[in-house]
Structures are given as structure tokens and as C-alpha cells.
Design a protein around this ligand. Structure first.
Ligand code: LCS
Length: 394
């Protein structure tokens, strides 16, 4: 059925599903690398690549297409492109929209490897980028150049939890003849729909909230416009960073409960953030749902909820961070985020270790920052776990 006009939870359950001849209630896994070209002898319409039909799974596959259609409908875009990983989606975005001599402006606090990909690799082919704090749009305005083709913001950003005004960023990008892409991984389409706010492309690491069960790595891009969608798809297909059908099947399954998971986790996150804020061993808490967050009002305007990612700084700095991470029992010490299980990590030594200390500080986070991805466990248990870990700090 068409998902048009449905509410978001109905879209999550039914989006992208078109019953096949068996009546299967779930999208089957079409585990096939290639598809027969049908001909009149087999009683089908003639198909030799000229009519609609599947050819080869790198180019397209029914299970993957169901996932792409579902996310495109959630994000209100013209079409989706599923990729092997979130970084595969970032690579596709850069390669499709930048070229030799082209310039990009991006969030300084963007996910580390999204920055590394540009600085280490695209720079070798003559593309340039400026990384600025896009939570202040003046910085973005100043960084724009005649050659700027892409503005790429991550909001909320990982791990600094900075929020960028998407509508404002779209106005600046478009006034300079550039496109705006938004990494919407932290919010998920359940809480934020950048294309409705003026962005041209939205990107997710579906490894996080969209899949939600820490068992798949993947990415997706959604374009507002069919022309941009076609440019992105061409790069995905020719660079071969497609998703595979089994991966797509698992993600479709995870996606159905996105609303339930996000609602539950963000409810607990607010309770935990408030508890942390009043704890004597905590110096500061970064949770966009707290009025103390510098972009709390902006987040309220452009998101329908605050999500479940919390950053906190311990008064004891790096050493206290080590103690807490050694002592937590229910929260798992691991990179990644957005799953049903609560994860804790230390960006300076784990996800963002490749950045210099200066770059980390310029990106808005210190060595004492701890990132906490709230899962769907009982909030009382999560607080008891944090409490016993914090009490170990001398
Ligand atoms: N964008 C954001 C905001 C991310 O957090 C990540 C991964 C990516 C893109 C890349 O996606 P991937 O290729 O991993 O699917 N973030 C991670 C993190 O914070 N810890 O481990 C991975």
C-alpha cells in the first residue's frame, strides 16, 4: 500500500511493503545476486533492461528497494539509496556533489571519519573543505565561497551535541548556489525531518537508531529532488557500496519499532540527564532536552523530541572518566550508539581518537567528555548503575 498520508508510526510499520504473490506479511529476503531477463517465451512482458525490472543486486534488489522506499517516505524525499555503511553514504554524497576545485563547508564537530574522508582522501583530488562551528550560522556564512557546492551539517552532532539551525543553513547554502545535506543519524526521522526544513539531502548511519539493535552496519541517503537522487544513485552503483538484501531485511525489521524505541529511550534520557545535572561529581551535562543546553530552544523548534544521547563532563576530568567507564556494569563500554542497549564511551580515546586534541577542542569537546547512549532498560537500573560507578571516584 502507499504510505502517503499515514502517521509516522503507521509508515514505520507499513512503508515500503507491497505484498507479493505468497501474501507474506514481511518483505522477503530476495537473496539473489542477479535476476533473469524475462522474455515472451516465459509468458512475461519483454524485459531487456528497457522496461522496469531488477537486473543485478548492486544496482537494485526488491528487499533493498523496500527499505529505500520506506526511509524516503519517512523523510518526505523523492527516493532513498541504501549503502553498505554510514560512511559509504558520506562517500557517495561527497563524490556525487563535489569535484576538482569544489569546496564544502561542514560542521567542525562532524563524526570524525566524515571529516577524515574529506581531509585525507578527497583533498588528494582537489576538493577543499572548511570545518566550522555551524551552531552559529555566522560562521557558516563567513566560510561560504564562490566554489562552495555542498554544505554538510550534522545535527545534533557527535559527540558535542551541538544543534545547527537547518532552515537557516538551507537559506545560506541556497543563496550561494550550494546544496545542503544533513546527517540526521542522532535524531532519526522520528524526531527530525531535514528535507521539510529546506535541506536537499539527508543521510543516516542506519547502524544507529534506524536499525536499533546493534547487529547491522549500514547507511542511507534520501534526496528531496529526483535529479539529485539520480546523481547519488549513480555514484553508489558505480562505487559498489550497496547494501545487501539480508542487511536490508534486518533493518526493515528494526525500523518498525523506531517510534517505540525512541519514545522510551528519550523519556529515560531526560530523567538521567536531570539526575546527572544535580550530581556533585558532574561538572556539566549536554542534553538538548535540558534548558541549560545552549541550543535547547532551537532543538524544540526543529525537532519533535530530544532523543537519547547525553554527554557529561566529570569534575575529575580524564581520570574520573576512566574510573566510571571501568565501573559501569549495565551500560556497555563500546563505540556506536542508538541501540536498545545502553552504551557508554569516551570520545577522546575511542571514536574521536584520530583527531588531535586541538581539533577536538575546536570541535567543542574536551578529554573529560563521556558519551552515554540511553537504551530501553529500566531507568532505575541505569541510574543505580551510574550511581555506583560515580561513587568510586575519590
Ligand atoms: N554519521 C554519524 C553521526 C555517526 O555517528 C557515524 C558512526 C557515521 C556517520 C558513520 O556510520 P557507519 O559507517 O559507522 O555506519 N558513528 C559511530 C560512533 O559514534 N561510534 O562508532 C561509530
Amino acid at each position: 500500500m502507499s504510505a502517503k498520508g499515514l502517521g509516522i508510526n503507521s509508515k514505520l510499520v507499513h512503508g515500503g511493503y507491497h505484498p507479493d504473490a505468497t501474501g507474506a506479511v514481511n518483505v522477503p529476503i530476495y537473496q539473489s545476486s542477479t535476476f533473469a531477463f524475462r522474455d515472451a517465451a516465459h509468458g512475461a512482458t519483454l524485459f531487456a533492461g528497457k522496461e522496469k525490472g531488477y537486473i543485478y543486486t548492486r544496482i537494485g534488489n526488491p528487499t533493498i528497494a523496500a527499505f529505500e522506499e520506506s526511509v524516503a517516505s519517512l523523510e518526505n524525499g523523492a527516493g532513498g539509496i541504501a549503502t553498505s555503511s554510514g560512511l559509504g553514504a558520506v562517500n557517495t554524497l561527497y563524490m556525487a556533489l563535489l569535484g576538482q576545485g569544489a569546496h564544502m563547508v561542514s560542521t567542525a564537530a562532524v563524526y570524525g571519519p566524515s571529516r577524515g574522508l574529506m581531509e585525507k582522501h578527497f583533498a588528494r583530488f582537489g576538493a577543499e573543505a572548511s570545518f566550522v562551528d555551524t551552531s552559529d550560522l555566522e560562521n557558516l556564512r563567513r566560510a561560504m565561497r564562490p566554489a562552495t557546492r555542498l554544505v554538510y551539517v550534522e545535527s545534533p552532532s557527535n559527540p558535542a551535541m551541538q544543534v545547527t539551525d537547518i532552515q537557516g543553513a538551507a537559506a545560506i547554502a541556497h543563496a550561494h548556489g550550494s546544496l545542503l545535506a544533513v546527517d540526521n543519524t542522532f535524531a532519526s526521522p522520528y524526531l527530525q525531518r531535514p528535507l521539510d526544513l529546506g535541506a536537499d539531502v539527508v543521510l543516516h548511519s542506519i547502524t544507529k537508531f534506524i536499525n536499533g539493535h546493534a547487529d547491522v552496519v549500514g547507511g542511507v541517503l534520501v534526496a528531496k529532488d529526483a535529479g539529485v537522487h539520480a546523481r547519488l544513485r549513480d555514484v553508489m552503483v558505480t562505487t559498489g557500496c550497496n547494501m545487501d538484501p539480508h542487511q536490508a531485511y534486518l533493518v526493515i525489521r528494526g525500523l518498525k519499532t523506531l517510534g517505540l524505541r525512541v519514545e522510551r529511550a528519550q523519556q529515560s534520557a531526560l530523567v538521567i540527564a536531570r539526575w546527572l545535572e544535580s550530581h556533585p561529581k558532574i561538572q556539566s551535562v549536554r542534553y538538548i532536552g535540558l534548558p541549560s543546553h545552549p541550543q535547547h530552544e532551537l532543538a524544540k523548534r526543529q525537532m519533535s523530541g530530544f532523543g537519547s544521547m547525553i554527554g557529561f563532563e566529570l569534575t575529575g576530568g580524564l581520570e574520573a572518566g576512566r574510573i566510571v567507564m571501568d565501573r559501569v556494569r549495565l551500560a556497555t563500554l563500546a563505540v556506536s550508539l542508538g541501540g536498545v542497549e545502553t552504551l557508554i564511551e569516551h570520545p577522546a580515546s575511542m571514536t574521536h581518537a584520530a583527531m588531535s586534541k586541538a581539533a577536538r577542542e575546536a570541535a567543542g569537546f574536551t578529554d573529560g567528555l563521556v558519551r552515554y547512549s540511553v537504551g530501553i532498560e529500566d531507568v532505575e537500573d541505569l541510574i543505580a548503575d551510574l550511581d555506583q560507578a560515580l561513587s568510586a571516584i575519590p
